[in-house]
Design a protein around this ligand. Structure first.
Ligand SMILES: [Zn+2]
Length: 161
């Protein structure tokens, strides 16, 4: 992906200012420095991940981050999986923006019991995150998003390229 072009396109647009500009800067940094793991998360989300991680450890249920930033290519690969694991195509997921993360139980991974997921969701929501466990139709327990603008606003910018 050409993040330089994206960043320049966003800077020229005056309709939506703060969020897209800050997100574009983050994406440029992800690309330039090849950031992975928690460093691929938008800074505000990274802070919340660290708070959630600390809280879950205190509660005796440590977590690990399994995915932060995700490329458009990987998103489409996931979209085409059978059985279905996501309703989001490329650029329709906040993972392409560094604004989403997937976390699981450190000891049990994705196979943690329902009580773990409800606790995780509760604690994530207490931090102001949107929890995928409440997504209608296709619940996504490990998934959290930082509430910002609708994904279609970012997609519009990304489709220019
Ligand atoms: Zn996710």
């Amino acid at each position: 992906m050409n993040y330089q072009a994206l960043y320049e396109a966003l800077l020229q647009d005056t309709r939506n200012t703060a969020w897209p500009h800050a997100v574009a800067q983050h994406l440029a940094q992800v690309a330039l420095y090849e950031l992975t793991g928690k460093w691929s998360l938008y800074p505000d989300l990274r802070t919340k991940y660290e708070q959630l991680s600390t809280r879950m450890r205190e509660l005796g249920h440590p977590i690990v981050l399994v995915e932060g930033f995700r490329t458009a290519k990987r998103q489409n690969e996931l979209f085409n999986k059978v059985p279905k694991v996501t309703n989001a195509k490329a650029l329709e997921s906040f993972h392409q923006l560094g604004l989403a993360m997937d976390v699981v139980s450190e000891s049990q991974g994705y196979n943690a019991p329902p009580s773990f997921w409800s606790l995780l969701g509760h604690e994530g929501e207490a931090l102001g995150l949107t929890w995928g466990g409440k997504f209608p139709g296709l619940a996504d327990n490990p998934h959290f998003e930082l509430p910002t603008l609708h994904w279609s606003i970012y997609k519009k910018y990304l489709e220019v390229l």
